[in-house]
Design a protein around this ligand. Structure first.
Ligand SMILES: C[S@@+](CC[C@H](N)C(=O)[O-])C[C@H]1O[C@@H](n2cnc3c(N)ncnc32)[C@H](O)[C@@H]1O
Length: 276
């Protein structure tokens, strides 16, 4: 079911933007921003919570279609960036997008966050996981793998939707891999693994604010893609089906953070003690 959901997202983006975009919520910066700008701003915010990536090996867990990973690569120039995702469709889009830009020092692979079997122990300085961990049924395994692949002193950011109140996923939730934890569960799991929490943020209001004026996201005729490299301008508004789809998804996402969920960020570190 998760594969079908992301296939529909793929179609939605094609219909709305004529191309793929990042796959996470936007963060509010200013009232003129559109979805794409808000998503980039979200990514910038997450990266800003980590030490400067230059000269460092960085891992993007649940990298989706790779657009966020490519954005980080071009803007923040880590020594090496590795994006993994369980969905082969996303990894092949990521590789195609990479090929369009003829980049090196970045790779993508199909891998499960709960296994990270393509990654050696102690091999990354930094890791991000943006809006992916709510899909992992075994988050203890994911956090254990994060610990394994980070070098001692390595830091990570997990940004994701969490439950306001803790409860197990229902039947539908399980089908769509919607396994949100409440914040306390992350804290407890990190403590069990001896991973330090450096910082926590609740971004719910700033994410909600980004949804205040969404009409122009799907109707503007002058959409400018400032995605990573190059500038592409859409000369006509998306077709009605694209607008409808965009508005439907937007209202669904907005409802999630109005009712059940909040947007939570946790920054952590594998300390020397944790590695021994
Ligand atoms: C909402 S998207 C976010 C993608 C990307 N981080 C971004 O922000 O653009 C969630 C991604 O998590 C991936 N995912 C879900 N379960 C996974 C798992 N167990 N291991 C790796 N990736 C997973 C999905 O395939 C999807 O690409």
């Amino acid at each position: 079911m998760l594969g079908i959901f992301y296939r529909l997202m793929y179609v939605a983006y094609q219909k709305i933007y004529g191309q793929q975009q990042m796959l996470h919520y936007p963060l509010y910066k200013d009232s003129e921003q559109d979805l794409v700008q808000g998503q980039k701003y979200f990514t910038d915010h997450c990266v800003s919570l980590l030490p400067d990536p230059r000269g460092k090996r960085m891992l993007d867990v649940g990298c989706g279609n790779g657009l966020q990973t490519l954005y980080i690569h071009e803007k923040y120039a880590p020594q090496y960036l590795y994006g993994v995702d369980m969905n082969p469709m996303h990894v092949s889009i990521a590789r195609e997008e990479k090929a369009k830009r003829t980049l090196d020092r970045i790779d993508f692979a199909v891998d499960n966050a709960q296994l990270l079997s393509s990654i050696a122990d102690n091999s990354f300085d930094l890791a991000i996981c943006i809006e992916s961990s709510h899909h992992y049924p075994d988050k203890d395994a994911f956090l254990g793998q994060l610990k394994r692949v980070l070098r001692p002193g390595g830091q990570f950011v997990i940004a994701d939707l969490v439950r306001k109140e803790d409860r197990e996923p229902g039947r539908l939730g399980k089908k769509f891999f919607l396994c949100h934890w409440a914040p306390q569960r992350y804290r407890d799991a990190l403590a069990r693994l001896d991973l330090a929490i450096l910082r926590e943020e609740d971004l719910t209001d700033r994410v909600r604010q980004a949804f205040r004026n969404t009409n122009h996201w799907f109707t503007d005729t002058s959409f400018t893609d400032t995605r990573v490299t190059g500038v592409k301008t859409r000369t006509s508004a998306p077709k009605p089906i694209g607008r409808f789809y965009g508005q439907f998804l937007t209202s669904l996402y907005k409802r999630q953070i109005d009712d059940l969920l909040q947007y939570f960020v946790i920054v952590g570190q594998k300390t020397q003690a944790a590695s021994s």
